[in-house]
Design a protein. Sequence first.
Length: 635
Amino acid sequence: MATDVQVQTGTEVHHEEDNSLWSWITTVDHKRIGKLYLVSAFLFFLFGGIEALLVRAQLTVPNAGFLSAQTYNELFTMHATTMIFLGVMPLSAAFFNFLIPLQIGARDVVFPRLNAFSYWVFLFGAIFIQLPFVLNLVPGLFDAPVVPDGGWFGYANQTSAKFSVGLSIDFWMIGLQIIGLASLAASFNFITTILNLRAPGMSLFRVPVFTWMAMVVNFLLAMSLPMITIGLVLLMFDRNYGTNFYSPERGGDPLLWQHLFWLFGHPEVYILILPAMGIVSEVLPTVSKKPLFGAPFVIFSGILIGFIGFGVWSHHMFTVGLGPVADAAFSITTMIIAVPTAVKIFNWLATMWGGRIVFNTAALFSISFVGLFTIGGLSGVMHASPPVDLQHQDSYFVVAHFHYVLFGGAIFGLFSGIYFYWPKMFGVMLDERMGKASWLIMFIGMNLTFFPMHFLGAQGMPRRYYTYDPGLNWELWNLVATIGAFILALGVLITTIAMIRGLLGQGEKAPADPWDGATLEWSLPTPVPHFNFQTVPTVHSDRPFWDEKHEGGPPVSQGKINEDPHKHVEMPPPSFWPIIAAFCVGMTITGFMLGGGGGEFNGGNFLNQVIFQGVFAIALLVSLLMWIKEDPTPR
Ligand code: HEM
Ligand SMILES: [Cu+2]
């Protein structure tokens, strides 16, 4: 029975043929949207990395004059904002998009056009928040800072119109609102898809761990994004219309911002790490040729982390004087959250224990994820103790901590996913020799960069200072950290080159199941047909494809279950309304930039804002009406 079928679905010809720009602009195919996220997010990751290298270059020696204090503030703010919101989050979304329907046995997500809309809103927001770098190049255009410079958590009231007079905070504030909308729309899509489009027989505990972690993440997004959205709206009102939510001199409270930000900000760190944990939970069993040890516990601990993650936010505020009761409570909840995290670590170790491990690149990144994340996790437990945190807060010890969990954790996990899923996504293998070289150099570079920061922090070096005096004993480890950062960059460069070669189709043609996988995505041909499953399989376990191949289990692979390989599969047609609606919604939100009154209400500016927003809001309405009127019925 033929396995590799090509079926014409209405107007959207199968991808292999049509690679025109228009087909990418109008695509509503989750696999293509996943690839768009992967490429754009990886570019932003590289951008964030270059910003980090500039920051490190400035700190190589005491009193370096490489960057001004203002430029330094802009670079670490944009480094962090870019890495988190334009790097790690959309890289995770790339895997959500490509993998979730394939893992659960679906032909696409529930709302394909909303999925496309999310991507284009993300891209609009990403370009908008980077725009100040370009505007800054025009001499004399602005007489005050425009590049966001208030740090990634923009503490009030340093972000008020009084202390941040330029548009820097407005670009940051409005950019995050637009990007937040993209994540919110996507989260509803994925939650609804996972709960409604599973293949027959795929009960919740037969859903692969990656998809489970994706579900937890999307619930965290849906529940935490409103917190920062409210915080940003209050900040916008303070800056544009003269309200006083955060200004103490007029009865407001800057701590309100910290509570709202970290009510989002701490769940955000799990939004950053859980996708990588999901990938590692797919890679380690596959390369160990063993089922994931205690898979239900790995899933439950992910769910628990999601819940407890909403109850620890004030551990970021142990130094603001909340008092012993609040400090004790948040110290306890923070220590408790270490337990489900540890469960995962021990389950990954138990999975590898006694396994016939294949040390391919994906395996190396996943195995080192376990070690590096544990180092970051241990310093996290230290910070859970308020007296210890009083010493570490705002020092390089904290910078070391979150880079071990974010780089050693999130990035290493995502890189493992890139090497593991690239064959399925792009039809060619990534070069394993380059991959292993990249891993080794990144592993050495990352530890040389971030481990010395523990020492610098313990020796009292504060974060966010653009320089330091000689004689404080910080010279050696700063030099080592900068050298490490450039070694790390070299490792990332090798993977970048391997990916470019992969995008150009260079490299070994990928088989459908290169790693002997256990879940449905590996049972599909490569390249994956536009409609994914010609016949949706019935699932009888959490390792259906492994059981078919190695345990004599019921067939799930298309080659085995396709009754009629030429049966017409109905798929939604391409649409350009998502990109138009995304542009209109982006412009409408951008309109808030016009209403600025320098901390007081300015009628003239407000009128400009309303007119500008009115025009785009009407255009948005029209595009949504056309979207609704569009005949989405599959052809
Ligand atoms: C490419 C390697 C990286 C290097 C060399 C690097 C270096 C740095 C340095 C030196 C700082 C401290 C600046 C200061 O406080 O003065 C910093 C801050 C930060 N980095 Fe990175 N970083 C890297 C990757 C990442 C990644 C992958 C993430 C997140 C996913 C990240 C997130 C952050 C955050 C959140 C801050 C705090 C910024 C702030 O204080 O507002 N970094 N980074
Ligand atoms: Cu936290």
